[in-house]
Design a binder for this molecule. Structure first.
Ligand code: SF4
Length: 442
């Protein structure tokens, strides 16, 4: 957890590849507890500049940083969990100058990890973008950032000017503020055309993205890890986490925890230990939503499960974007899920029929269940519609909702039975107990 102060290691003259001693514990990414914005001076004191390796101009598909990231086993921290080295290599293998896009959109309303990272340690994110730009042969870096951290990032970029820290110019763009704005094709569309809806172009961004150039799109946290791997090497990165999933992850802990916030944990840390780092549970959570709004409900009884893809897989879940919501036992999972699905149905970009009409139908039926107005066919209709919507969108938005609802039907099976028979006695407050977006009361 992020309670230990980092051992900052030696700053100053850069050491050869991977030989700079790295911090031995946690946190790696976040500043120590209570520390505020880490400005450029403090950043350089703590981490030193990027090593020469990260600024090498070599045949880009042979750039040593890509090999280091591959051996480190870093995977994307934005939700997809894709191997970062494969993304880097795919862009580096294309012809022509590339573009690097830092995805700091963080459109999930209760997720805060990218905003925290960009707001507190913006130079670590920018270092990662710079290093990645060298590795893939980019000539432009665009940071697409949540509105709350744009000023901090722009100030950070200005502060680096004339300091010989970046070989590739960096610009910061304010992200659109809606749920699907962080989807990769939507980010490209936003930079190019000012429209933040996903597109279904058969050409993927790594082949043809911004300016029709090969485009690397990485989450802000992923790039911050790249900046540390470039300094300290793959063995250091793998010294925390599991063999299959090395490194640390930022977790946004919400709901029934004493100190909601962003915590850094080694991958594979038990959910219950993450909750403990967040001050412990408030009461006895009745379930956890893991991964994000597109995530999966899991039963409270599996709080011992490791927070990792491998640990959550047997429960049908994944770490996703690092969200961990603890459901207060006084609240009703059916009502909270209905609220969440109504919000998500309203966030459809309005392009694909199954997404627009299917999610609305699913949401309306779930609301009927939550209000105890369901018909005997409600559950079979819901299950049928979930199957009809799955895989039918131009982006993963409908699939995320399908996953969420299916997990709710399993984990909250008893509550659903009570709703179907009119007997649920849980508190249904006007505001979501989980801090879910305010939607019209159910
Ligand atoms: S699936 Fe939904 S959110 Fe995605 S592009 Fe289609 S309409 Fe938009």
């Amino acid at each position: 957890m992020n309670l230990a102060a980092p051992d900052t290691g030696a700053a100053g003259a850069p050491l050869p590849r991977g030989e700079r001693p790295g911090p031995s514990g946690l946190p790696r990414l976040l500043p120590s507890a209570g520390e505020r914005l880490v400005d450029l001076g403090a950043h350089l004191d703590r981490f030193g500049p990027l090593p020469p390796l990260a600024r090498l101009r070599v045949r880009r598909d042979h750039h040593p940083l890509i090999g280091m990231v591959e051996r480190a086993g870093l995977t994307g921290r934005g939700g997809g969990g894709f191997p970062t080295a494969r993304k880097l290599a795919a862009v580096a293998a294309q012809r022509g100058a590339a573009v690097v896009v830092v995805n700091a959109v963080e459109a999930e309303p209760v997720s805060a990890k990218d905003k925290t990272l960009c707001g507190l340690v913006p130079h670590l994110v920018l270092d990662g973008a710079s290093a990645a730009a060298e590795a893939v042969g980019a000539r432009r870096i665009v940071v697409v950032a949540h509105p709350t951290v744009v000023t901090t990032l722009r100030d950070a970029v200005r502060g680096r000017a004339g300091r010989d820290l970046d070989d590739v110019p960096i610009e910061v763009v304010t992200a659109a503020d809606h749920f699907v704005a962080g989807e990769e094709s939507a980010v490209v569309n936003w930079i190019e055309h000012g429209s933040s809806v996903p597109t279904s172009s058969p050409r993927r961004p790594f082949e043809e993205g911004v300016e029709r150039r090969p485009t690397l799109i990485n989450n802000a946290e992923t790039l911050a890890h790249v900046a540390l791997i470039a300094r300290y090497g793959e063995d250091w990165f793998r010294s925390l986490g599991t063999d299959a999933e090395p490194g640390t992850i930022l977790v946004t802990a919400r709901g029934a925890v004493t100190r909601p916030g962003v915590y850094e944990a080694a991958l594979g840390t038990a959910i219950s230990d993450v909750v403990r780092a967040a001050g412990g549970p408030v009461g006895t959570p009745s379930a956890f939503l893991v991964g994000g709004y597109f995530g999966t409900w899991i039963e409270a009884a599996v709080a011992h499960a490791p927070f990792s893809r491998e640990g959550l897989g047997p429960h049908g879940a994944s770490v996703g974007a690092g969200l961990l919501l603890a459901m207060p036992s006084s609240c009703c999972g059916v009502v909270e899920t209905a609220r969440l699905v109504r919000y998500l149905a309203g966030q459809s970009a309005g392009q694909c029929g199954p997404c627009v009409f299917g999610l609305r139908a699913i949401s309306d039926e779930l609301v009927r269940v939550a209000r105890r107005e369901a018909s005997p066919e409600s559950l079979s209709k819901l299950r049928r519609w979930l199957g009809e919507v799955e895989g039918r969108g131009a982006c993963a938005h409908p699939d995320g909702v399908v996953r969420l609802v299916r997990s709710a039907l399993t984990v909250f099976g008893d509550e659903i039975e009570r709703h179907m028979s009119g007997g649920c006695g849980a508190r249904h407050p006007e505001q979501s107990a989980l801090g879910l977006p305010s939607v019209r009361s159910l």
